[in-house]
Design a binder for this molecule. Structure first.
Ligand SMILES: Nc1ncnc2c1ncn2[C@@H]1O[C@H](COP(=O)(O)OP(=O)(O)OP(=O)(O)O)[C@@H](O)[C@H]1O
Length: 249
């Protein structure tokens, strides 16, 4: 995934400034930085949920903005790229009127046109992966926030994305429930080859799970490097100030 000289304005408000970021296949990259520095906007751009004001984004070597003739991509071309990427949000977004199993088989049976039996078998596999095979027939309201988020992760993984974008997936959870969600992501990071692009305020998690950390400040990446480098030997004063503020919190 390559972001090349990306700028993004919301009205007159400049949110991203000439941003360059590359993520290699299988790499686990985490974006950290102060609130409002543009991290979530990067994920939303990668999912084509927002369009940049300038620059280009390539995923799997293809622009997600323009076709080979330089024209904006059609909705179906965008959908084709989006299908190869999955995203999990802060809010779990499960369908409340569907059981866990029904939530999990919905996209495979409709988007991927799998048979119900095949989709259910795969769903059970992923439910085991997130440790919730006992909740097949529960409704979202009968689950804790942490369990709902684990289901949301299973639902994203079931579509076998090559890139998984995780946007502050524990921000709505108490620390204890956040821990169980992060354990699931740790497992995914270690057991699968999926490329992960993560936005989190959980510094310990960022340190454990990432191959590389990019530090955002006011719409720019001010430094990036291994977790060890960023947490133990940060180069920028702004990085040090940010880490101090979150670690003392
Ligand atoms: N749809 C939108 N319309 C207008 N402004 C927006 C929109 N989305 C984001 N912004 C603004 O863009 C800036 C960057 O937001 P973004 O959510 O990317 O930051 P962030 O680094 O992820 O912050 P946080 O850590 O608090 O989630 C913020 O000032 C935000 O208010």
């Amino acid at each position: 995934m390559e972001f090349e000289r990306i700028s993004k304005f919301f009205g007159a408000h400049r949110v991203l400034v000439d941003l360059d970021l590359q993520v290699q296949p299988g790499e686990k990259v985490t974006l950290i930085g102060p609130s409002g520095s543009g991290k979530t906007t990067v994920l939303r751009l990668a999912m084509t949920l927002e369009k940049p004001t300038g620059g280009d984004i390539r995923i799997f070597g293809e622009s997600i903005l323009f076709d080979s003739a330089g024209k904006p991509l059609s909705t179906s071309q965008e959908a084709r790229i989006r299908r190869r990427c999955g995203m999990v949000f802060q809010q779990f977004n499960l369908f409340p009127h569907l059981t866990v199993l029904q939530n999990l088989v919905l996209a495979p049976t409709t988007v991927l046109r799998q048979s119900k039996e095949q989709a259910e078998n795969t769903a059970l596999e992923y439910l085991r992966m997130v440790g919730l095979e006992g909740k097949v027939h529960a409704y979202p309201a009968q689950l804790s926030g942490g369990q709902q988020q684990r289901i949301a992760i299973a639902r994203a993984l079931i579509l076998k994305p090559e890139i998984l974008l995780l946007d502050e997936i524990t921000s709505a959870l108490d620390p204890e429930l956040a821990g169980e969600v992060l354990d699931v992501v740790r497992g995914v990071a270690h057991e699968t080859k999926v490329t992960l692009l993560i936005v989190t305020h959980e510094m310990r998690f960022a340190r454990e799970v990432s191959d590389r950390i990019a530090v955002f400040d006011a719409g720019r990446i001010i430094e990036q490097g291994s977790p060890d480098k960023i947490f133990s030997y940060p180069e920028c004063d702004r990085t040090r100030a940010f880490l101090q503020s979150v670690l003392n919190h």
